[in-house]
Design a protein around this ligand. Sequence first.
Ligand SMILES: *Cc1c(COP(=O)(O)O)cnc(C)c1O
Length: 369
Amino acid sequence: MTNKTIPVTQPFLPELSEFVPYLEQIWDNRWLTNNGPFHQELEAKLAEYLGVEHVSLFNNATIALITALQAMRIHGEVITTPYSFVATSHSIMWNGLEPVFVDIDPTTFNIDPAKIEAAITPRTTAIMPVHCYSNPCDVEAIQKIADNYGLKVIYDAAHAFGVKYKGESLLKWGDLSILSFHATKVFNTFEGGAIISPDAKTKQRIDRLKNFGIADELTVTAPGINGKMSEINAAFGLVQLKHIDDAMAQRQAVDSRYRRELAEVTGITLYQHDINANSNFSYFPILVEAEYPLSRDELYEKLKANGILSRRYFYPIISNMPMYRGVASADTAHLPLANALAEKVLCLPIFNELTVEQQQQVIALIKGN
Ligand SMILES: *Cc1c(COP(=O)(O)O)cnc(C)c1O
């Protein structure tokens, strides 16, 4: 037993002293929000770091998802995955659109492209897949379907910061990709998010939409929202960005240690990273199978009783939440694989400051010691 609880994730915070000069600069120039200097700098630095051209910062990813659907003028039905955080489907609902759930691929945990076509109706206008745990969706297959049916593809890439697929940013796929910089994510600005656009014109439309639809001093061209990131959040992002590679390397060490130690445990299945992509090691999901001596929930409780927090993520899946029960495609019989996965999955603690000793405690408990 430890006397200090081990969280499932912990935000990565650089030294406070590194942040102070940025705060002093904000105090000096009195520019607090509305595309200030740190905001502009972070957009430029992120574009460079991520290997994309057009980044629009947001106050969070949920508002960014809602705005992305607006920007693409989506109407009718949107095909999406039930195996995600509720914000994915909520953004569809907030636009007055209908989510249509399609089951997942049991190895990638992402929407199964082979099941998308059967869900397309004359009212379908978009697909909103999620790169779950930073593993890329089958982007080629999804794009092919979208092209065949004239659909937009908006990726919820909240987990996919810094992921390269076949040597290029994964965020270049689809019409738009949305990142989250929430405190629990690999790269954080306390709260924050971004939309990656393919061209300057789309970025300009998104930048207007996140600023009330204001085109210039006298003209408002769309019913926009307030999705702006403040200078404090942007400044923190700049500090964080300086350390992101180190933080990810530390996470990678945690990931590797779990893989080494848990590979042979009967009844525990490890999740495999896509060989065509680099992971950002944002999550470490394990599957607790029937052969394991404890049920998933029993293992969760056992860890908790020993001061270790794991997370049943994603459970319950979106389609099982009360407000989605009425959606025809939310029927469990229609989504057997997502439902089965949600019963088995457990995300283990992974963050850059997790010590070897702490991790060994987690491993020992899972091994039954
Ligand atoms: C975190 C998350 C979101 C929401 O991001 P916020 O920045 O907290 O609004 C959306 N989708 C997925 C898949 C997420 O994990």
